[in-house]
Design a protein around this ligand. Structure first.
Ligand code: CS2
Ligand code: MN
Length: 358
């Protein structure tokens, strides 16, 4: 079991606190101040690794080394960028880290319309309402985020990206889903040989929410999309990050079945386990506590599928609600994610004991 950590000074949660969550052996982290496109150095990766290890934790994986937009758009600059991406992978591999989670979503990472929706019990959660997104453009979306996030932002929605965004929309004008897939293949063909050499698994995170937004193409949000994705470059290093909440936003997805499908193929590089609740129509949802009965996903079936098909995969709880008056990065507070871990550990222990009793 792992927890995501954004690094000293960039996270309200400390390594000391993470160390005290039962069953957490390590963190998933990234060098967030290095912009997409710039190569990571071995020294910088080692520095972070030693910082984590000094607190008694393991650095289990990187999330994310962001893919530069030029690569996704397919611009001529991509060759140099892919070369630099390989340098980052070499640095990570040499440091003894074997997992890199990333995504191939144009322009934005996960997107929500509300970063603090009040729930009945007094907690708040991230929420999404497509009727809001469908009615506004990206610039209005930035306004909403700045107002709501209390200093923290959703990845990809950093305020300094605002000017760049309109320009990017223009550049994506002719990028269809097929073109994006072609560019994805070009990227994978460029990096997977290096991954194989240095022993790093790439785990592609699903689109979140699991459908195209703001008219931009998106190709990784269901089983068919990921079946195509893993075939773009067939290698044990070309895997997906099975994020139950992201995939679960799309009601068509059967999450335990997807875990089994890709687990049996040995193509799950890591698992993000969290729960969500749909709100009436199929494109409105909010996040919930991890408990099965609090949301729409069956966490027992998800953990059982993982136990039976990919038991050695790193698992982290992904987002949590904000509870007990905690202030922190939306989705990434300490308390609810720690509760989530305790619950997931409980499910795991029960599944394990049952399996061993036969
Ligand atoms: C996260 C993603 O919110 C989430 O589900 O797991 O932001 C994830 O870190 C990135 O998409 C990976 O590049
Ligand atoms: Mn996730």
């Amino acid at each position: 079991m792992t927890l995501r950590w954004y690094g000293e000074g960039n996270d309200s949660v400390t390594l000391e606190q993470i160390r005290q969550i039962p069953g957490v052996a390590g963190v998933i982290t990234a060098l967030h101040d290095i912009p997409a496109g710039e190569a990571w150095t071995y020294e910088d990766v080692m520095k972070r690794k030693q910082e984590v290890e000094a607190k008694g934790l393991k650095l289990c994986g990187v999330e994310s080394i962001n893919v530069h937009e030029d690569i996704k758009i397919g611009l001529p600059t991509r060759d140099k960028l892919i070369e630099d991406y390989c340098k980052s992978l070499e640095a990570v591999g040499k440091a003894g880290i074997h997992l890199v989670c990333y995504n191939f979503m144009p322009v934005f990472d996960w997107t929500r319309t509300d970063l603090a929706m009040p729930l009945e019990d007094g907690s708040t959660a991230l929420a999404y309402d497509s009727s809001i997104i469908d009615g506004i453009d990206a610039s209005e979306m930035f306004d909403r985020i700045e107002k709501a996030s209390g200093g923290f932002v959703m990845p990809g929605w950093e305020p300094n990206r605002r000017d760049e965004i309109m320009d990017l929309f223009d550049k994506y004008k002719d990028v269809t889903a097929d073109k994006l897939r072609e560019n994805f293949k070009y990227f994978l063909d460029g990096i997977i040989p290096t991954c194989e050499e240095v022993g790093v698994k790439m785990a592609c995170h699903p689109d979140d929410p699991g459908w195209p937004i703001f008219g931009l193409p998106r190709i990784t949000h269901d089983q068919a999309g990921f079946d195509r994705m893993v075939k773009l470059h067939d290698s044990p290093c070309n895997t997906l990050c099975l994020c139950t909440g992201s995939l679960g936003s799309n009601v068509q997805n059967d999450i335990p079945a997807m875990v089994r499908h890709f687990g049996e193929m040995n193509r799950i590089g890591c698992l993000h386990v969290r729960n969500i609740k749909h709100l009436g129509s199929d494109r409105r949802f909010r996040e919930s506590s991890h408990l099965s009965s609090d949301g729409d996903l069956d966490m027992y079936e998800i953990m059982k599928a993982a136990y039976e098909t990919c038991p050695d995969t790193y698992i982290r709880p992904d987002h949590g609600r904000m509870i007990w008056d905690e202030i922190g990065r939306p989705g990434y507070g300490l308390y609810d994610r720690a509760l989530g871990i305790a619950y997931l550990n409980g499910l795991w222990e029960a599944i394990d004991k049952n399996a061993k009793r036969g």
